[in-house]
Design a binder for this molecule. Structure first.
Ligand code: NAG
Length: 352
């Protein structure tokens, strides 16, 4: 099919697709070899809110609680010079407005001014409304250049465990949910330091983000429903563990990096690529690549899909006040240091 016809076909397809709610969940490839996992204590240590970190007796899983006193979090004991970071996660159920469960890689403790970061951030919701989530990327302190995408899910993440994974190699980043790649970023030369390049650790946290998480802060955390519990299990940390004070470029990691590049999860099969396209067309409701008020010229890694672009033109865009904010924890307290303050209120409400 030539391009134009294909485009028209896709528009018609999407139109029907969009109006037919029973349709299509992104199906995943079934022929994926099992992921090698480790017990909690083999790879992780507490980050904050120790009393709210509940480890299972067999060391296979951990529950993070949030109550009136504090949230909680853990982090990998090592930093990795590229890696595959993964866990099965079950999110709190019922009323979860104002709550954020974050699963992310960062080196913000070491590089305060020029940190790197890759995020899954799950944003709680009022009763009866589904969890939403976003992915994001920062490189070398590019906090003024947020690269958020926001999505709904094709399942209820509080009902059972699903695997969430971040692959980060020297030339690409892939976010996965189960076996479905939901976002792929190819490193583009002109991204420069915006592409994460320094060793990062894996972090998981639950915390009260009442002031922005749900409909731009309209719905706050209600502690009548506490404790809020996020469950984690089947951890995977594949990659080259490094001493961060070592030189960043080191030969020792080359072999590990080759293993990463050649692993199953570094190659997206045609079937997975179809599932990714389906997911993005159906469940993504914001992407910085289509936010022309924020980025008149899309950042260099953006691959503009004409069908996606068309959709976002109709949807409108978020309000954006450009303030800085980022989560950071010291002694069990959360302190805002600078993720972009995002007000998605309009979009989030439009969705349901
Ligand atoms: C990263 O940031 C540091 C400090 O701001 C700067 O000196 C360095 O050149 C940057 N690196 C890249 C690759 O942009």
């Amino acid at each position: 099919m030539e391009r134009k016809k294909l485009h028209i076909f896709l528009c018609i397809f999407l139109f029907f697709h969009h109006h037919h709610h029973a349709a299509a969940r992104p199906s995943s490839s079934s022929s994926v070899s099992p992921i090698a996992t480790i017990p909690f204590s083999a790879g992780f240590s507490p980050l904050f809110g120790d009393a709210n970190i509940k480890r299972s007796p067999d060391d296979a899983s951990v529950h993070l609680h949030l109550n009136q006193l504090t949230g909680s979090g853990f982090k990998s004991s090592d930093l990795y010079n590229h890696g595959f970071f993964s866990a099965k996660i079950k999110l709190p159920s019922d009323y979860t407005a104002g709550i954020v469960v974050a699963f992310y890689t960062t080196n913000g403790d070491l590089f305060v001014k020029n940190h790197d970061e890759l995020d899954f951030e799950f944003l709680g919701n009022i009763r009866g409304k589904p969890w939403k989530f976003q992915t994001n990327m920062y490189g070398n302190g590019s906090t003024s250049r947020g690269r958020e995408e926001r999505y709904r899910l094709w399942f209820d993440p509080s009902k059972e465990f699903h695997r969430y994974s971040i692959l980060w190699t020297t030339n690409k980043i892939i976010f996965y949910i189960d076996n479905v790649p939901i976002r792929e970023i190819m490193r583009h030369e002109s991204m420069g330091g915006d592409y994460p390049s320094k060793p990062m650790g894996l972090y998981a946290t639950i915390w009260d983000a009442s002031d922005w998480a749900t409909s731009g802060g309209k719905y706050k955390t209600n502690y009548k429903y506490a404790p809020f519990v996020a469950e984690f299990t089947d951890f995977a940390l594949h990659g080259c563990a490094v001493d961060p004070l070592e030189e960043v470029v080191n030969d020792r990691c080359n072999e590990k990096n080759d293993q990463l590049e050649n692993a199953n999860y570094a190659r997206i099969s045609p079937k997975q690529r179809t599932a990714m396209a389906k997911f993005r067309q159906r469940y993504m409701y914001y992407s910085y690549c289509y936010d022309s008020l924020r980025y008149p010229t899309p950042p260099p890694e953006c691959v503009i899909d004409p069908v996606e672009k068309q959709r976002f033109k109709e949807t409108g865009r978020l309000k954006f006040d450009g303030k800085q904010r980022r989560r950071h924890y010291k002694g069990g307290r959360s302190q805002d240091l600078g993720t972009n303050k995002r007000i998605y209120e309009n979009q989030d409400d439009e969705e349901e």
